[in-house]
Design a protein. Structure first.
Length: 353
């Protein structure tokens, strides 16, 4: 698979942003805040076997702001294990301030598979990501997974590391040719003994491996975003713990000649009123900061890269090794004006351990 950085994509988690800024509470049980911030190594477990909603983020109190949904990610799940016992269906729904729950997925195919999500099903355990055909704008106060199957395994425990719901941003063009991609091994420290020998202390040698709970009750560790067959007999296809990719990736990127509309938010305000005091009739009462399609949106809704996001260096390559949980390295985001309404933006993106 190619490792080139072509047109990068940023997947921004809106509930995590709203929770971090005090705009969103969390529901009791079914995961809640434990499913935010992309902390996927130790997943939340749910033993519900009654074909009821499994995992949920949000609260029953009314949402304070509206925002769009253009993608959903289910990170570190074992929902494909059900295929051992019968057909299954994964439905993502959102609760709104007013009106019935809205189904973001549907049998009619309103979603586009990015990673391991075809027709409301996950073929493999691991992670699933899909984008929506349209932008769903609403006052969302909760998101949850409705999971059904024809047959249930005895003592089968469902798991989910993180439920990511939000908006993705595709860079308007490829980065400049002087980009740098490097591997960091800062978790390995070397020291010399009195006798002159060199000892290596390995604190970590790559991203933290995620825990997978098998349908048979066993567990194992695997590298982030890798997929795993649900068939225990297919040993050669199973992930091998500890022998995957090593090192933490970093990308030093710059983008030149970015138009003002791709760089900055048109109306950096928190409500739907624009400069003339009237509500924009075309915005469907959507928060202009959260619905804007500019890099400023990514900058704002990750709090300058403090909050994690999913980074895909080439949005046409959906191999599992193309996805990383990242942030912006501190003080590396920079914007310079090159000409009238034309800008250059540079940054360093670090994969998280």
């Amino acid at each position: 698979m190619g490792k080139q950085v072509k047109t990068p994509r940023f997947y921004v988690d809106m509930p995590t942003f709203l929770h971090a800024t005090g705009q969103l509470g969390w529901a009791e049980g079914r995961g809640g805040a434990e499913l935010l911030y992309m902390n996927c190594a130790n997943p939340y477990l749910d033993v519900n076997k009654d074909n009821q909603p499994l995992f949920s983020i949000g609260s029953d109190t009314n949402a304070k702001t509206s925002f769009p949904v253009t993608f959903v990610g289910l990170l570190n799940h074992n929902l494909a294990s059900e295929s051992l016992f019968g057909e299954h269906k994964i439905t993502i729904k959102g609760k709104r301030n007013v009106g019935d729950d809205y189904e973001i997925t549907s049998d009619s195919g309103s979603q586009t598979n990015i990673l391991n999500f075809n027709g409301n099903k996950a073929e493999y355990n691991g992670s699933s990501i899909f984008t929506t055909w349209g932008t769903f704008n609403d006052y969302w106060k909760e998101f949850y997974i409705e999971y059904t199957s024809n047959e249930w395994a005895s003592a089968y425990t469902h798991q989910l590391g993180s439920l990511v719901v939000g908006k993705y941003f595709d860079c308007p063009n490829s980065p400049d040719l002087n980009l740098t991609m490097s591997r960091r091994f800062d978790g390995i420290k070397k020291q010399k003994t009195i006798g002159g020998k060199t000892l290596a202390n390995i604190y970590y040698d790559g991203p933290t491996e995620w825990t997978m709970n098998n349908a048979d009750g066993t567990t194992y560790k695997y590298s982030p975003f890798e997929l795993d067959t649900t068939d225990n007999a297919e040993f050669d296809q199973r992930v091998k713990s500890g022998v995957g990719r090593k090192g933490l990736r970093s990308w030093k990127l710059s983008f030149s000649y970015i138009a003002e509309s791709d760089m900055w938010i048109d109306n950096e305000v928190s409500n739907t009123l624009i400069s003339d005091g009237e509500s924009n009739p075309n915005d469907n009462d959507t928060n202009p900061m959260l619905s804007d399609n500019s890099f400023n949106f990514v900058w704002n809704c990750t709090l300058g890269g403090t909050l994690p996001f999913i980074f895909q260096p080439d949005n046409t390559n959906n191999n599992p090794d193309q996805f990383s949980i990242c942030n912006f390295r501190e003080n590396t985001l920079s914007v310079q004006q090159q000409a009238h309404n034309v800008y250059k933006v540079s940054m360093t993106i670090d994969e998280l351990a």
